[in-house]
Design a protein around this ligand. Structure first.
Ligand SMILES: [Cu+2]
Length: 140
């Protein structure tokens, strides 16, 4: 029992560290917007989940549109989609999205466990990082 508590605390602290790490990245980069060099312009990430409420094993389309300086970003370094379950015993999933053209990165997937997931799209373009999130509800 005691061991379990310690592990939980460790996991909680580790998650917190990861979240802070990402947030710090973002705020640092916001301060770097100077001049019109693309690499110094923040990226704009639009996350869409179709549909936002599904049944177990139903098809889910996740689309991430990445732009910078009003231009489509077709060569993002990484677009990682993270599914964080609300339920403690749920499964945490990460998947890399693939560029499907015109600055759109997509994943087609389905969920095996009913839960409410926080879907976070971590997008890295050069030194820029943006990570908008949306809720996905999966019912039985
Ligand atoms: Cu991130």
């Amino acid at each position: 029992m005691r061991m379990r508590t310690q592990i939980s605390i460790f996991v909680a602290m580790f998650s917190l560290f990861v979240v802070i790490g990402c947030n710090n990245d973002q705020s640092n980069h916001e301060g770097m917007n100077m001049g019109d060099n693309d690499s110094l312009t923040p990226i704009i990430v639009e996350l869409s989940i179709q549909p936002e409420q599904v049944k177990v094993n139903d098809k889910i389309m996740i689309e991430v549109l990445v732009t910078q300086n009003n231009k489509q970003v077709t060569d993002a370094n990484k677009v990682l989609i993270e599914f964080v379950p609300l339920n403690e015993s749920g499964t945490h999933i990460e998947m890399e999205a693939i560029h499907a053209g015109e600055g759109k990165y997509v994943i087609e997937t389905s969920m095996e466990q009913p839960d409410t997931y926080s879907v976070i799209s971590h997008v890295t373009v050069g030194a820029m990082h943006s990570m908008p999130k949306k809720e996905l509800i999966v019912t039985k």
